[in-house]
Design a protein around this ligand. Structure first.
Ligand code: ATP
Length: 240
């Protein structure tokens, strides 16, 4: 692991997000600052509703914060506009969603192709890239099956293959093992470990102690704020 050297792949500076529904305001993320270096697998933990998904969405360019800056691969993400924003996000970040987010009417390979196709790539080239991504997660044998014909673990691996198609250096995963048994959990953790071993970085929102045990850092969140940032060997080190 290369931590503490080079430039962060992800840097959050005093990021804040408040949701408003009717007259109720929910301060989902409060002035959060965090740096994630190449080679790091970071587990983001905390009780349900503490803001983990919101923080991941902000980190991956899916949700603009009310204030603060998000730097991905050295570029301030939300300062980019139009096509530059979309291109940087697409090339730099892979997102694995909590509920897989697969299209039920598309096969595994078509789900993985979708992003490249929407991006204007030819169907043939997109299919080749998607098949390579499915192969990298051990799923080339089921490329033409629909999500309903796959196990939960296989569906999650399709979602990971989709996140990996553009070879992003930063992978953000929201509860990627929530629906998986321990064999599939280990397989997903193996894939994440490969990404970081290749110089990428992963931030994983999780309640799963097995994921936390595999992480280089465990960052705890409570009520929208980071309360602890520790390496498993020194758990208990409070944030300054
Ligand atoms: N679109 C929204 N509108 C209003 N409030 C929201 C919205 N999305 C999330 N919230 C609220 O913001 C807070 C943080 O939610 P978030 O989903 O980020 O938490 P979480 O830690 O990921 O939870 P979980 O572990 O259950 O997935 C919660 O109080 C939630 O109810």
């Amino acid at each position: 692991m290369i931590s503490g050297s080079g430039s962060p792949l992800l840097k959050l500076d005093s990021v804040r997000k408040t949701y408003t529904s009717g007259s109720v305001e929910v301060h989902a993320v409060h002035h959060v600052s965090l740096s994630v270096m190449p080679g790091e697998l970071v587990a983001l933990m905390g009780p349900s509703g503490c803001g983990k998904s919101t923080l991941l969405s902000i980190s991956g360019g899916l949700l603009r914060p009310d204030s603060g800056t998000v730097t991905v691969g050295g570029l301030s993400l939300y300062d980019l506009v139009g096509a530059r924003f979309h291109e940087h996000r697409r090339r730099s970040v892979g997102f694995v969603f909590q509920d897989f987010n697969l299209m039920r009417t598309l096969t595994a390979v078509e789900n993985v192709m979708l992003v490249d196709e929407l991006d204007g790539m030819s169907r043939k080239q997109a299919r080749q890239r998607a098949l390579a991504a499915l192969r990298s997660v051990g799923l080339d044998g089921v490329a033409d099956r629909y999500p309903s014909e796959l196990s939960g673990g296989q569906q999650q691996r399709v979602a990971i293959a989709r996140a990996l198609t553009g070879c992003p250096r930063l992978v953000l995963a929201d509860e990627p093992t929530g629906a998986l048994d321990s064999t599939n959990t280990r397989s997903v953790l193996g894939l994440l470990a490969e990404i970081v071993a290749a110089g990428g970085a992963c931030v994983v929102a999780t309640h799963d102690p097995e994921v936390a045990a595999a992480a280089h850092r465990v960052v705890q969140m409570l009520d929208g704020a980071l309360t602890e940032d520790a390496r498993p060997a020194v758990v208990g080190e409070a944030l300054q």
